[in-house]
Design a protein around this ligand. Structure first.
Ligand code: BEZ
Length: 211
């Protein structure tokens, strides 16, 4: 059975380009993103890892640790990182798991045999500080991920975790958010002092609370 939202993210110990990590220990109190790549020295993956490296500051601002995975060995990862740094004009500054025995890939269901029995698909797991899975997305090998969307989802997840709000369709940082249905009308002024609009009794919005 595949991993589902709310499940405990499976723990593992793995070799990475930053040394051996125990996943839960490495995450500590941070949020985490674990994402898989079909293979080293492939074009789309090269752009994805370069993009992730350039966004490190954005992930750090949000207290998110990022770790990539592919089923190639460590020496291959180290050689590939040189190419990524050169071609993407950046410095890969997060660990890449060398999962040549597919241990982690199998644990997380990153191999979809009807797509490929050898390579992972592009899986993304966002993990909360309590080690629960908050988001899963699966892309095919041929489509590079939208990392701005990952940042947007993390912003939404962190707003929900901290302020009892949800985010509407196509929400972007700075726009109004939706007050969680569990919040009673009489509790709104104290919880949301910036004010609110009641469009319908079940659709109440408020300015983004953490700005
Ligand atoms: C790529 O990263 O470019 C790629 C990897 C596997 C299959 C297709 C594309």
């Amino acid at each position: 059975m595949s991993l589902q939202l709310g499940d405990l993210a499976p723990d593992f110990t793995a070799e990475t380009t930053s040394g051996t990590i125990n996943f839960h220990e490495w995450l500590g109190d941070s949020w985490g993103i674990l994402f898989s790549h079909p293979a080293d020295f492939t074009p789309v993956c090269t752009t994805e890892l370069g993009t992730t490296a350039k966004l490190q500051g954005e992930f750090e601002k949000r207290n998110v640790k990022v770790v990539a995975l592919s089923v190639d060995p460590l020496d291959s990862h180290h050689e590939w990182i040189k190419d990524i740094n050169e071609t993407q004009a950046t410095e890969v500054n997060f660990p890449i798991i060398a999962d040549s025995d597919q241990k982690v890939a199998q644990l997380y269901g990153m191999i979809h045999p009807n797509a490929s029995d050898k390579l992972t698909v592009r899986s993304v797991y966002v993990i909360g500080p309590e080690k629960k899975i908050k988001l899963t997305i699966t892309y095919p090998a041929s489509t590079g991920r939208n990392f701005n969307e990952l940042l947007r989802v993390i912003d939404s997840l962190q707003l929900t975790a901290n302020y009892s709000v949800a985010t509407p369709a196509n929400w972007q940082h700075g726009e109004d958010v939706v007050i969680a249905p569990a919040i009673k009308n009489e509790d709104i002024p104290a919880k949301f002092p910036k004010g609110h609009k009641e469009v319908k009794p079940y659709l109440r919005t408020t300015p983004q609370p953490n700005l």
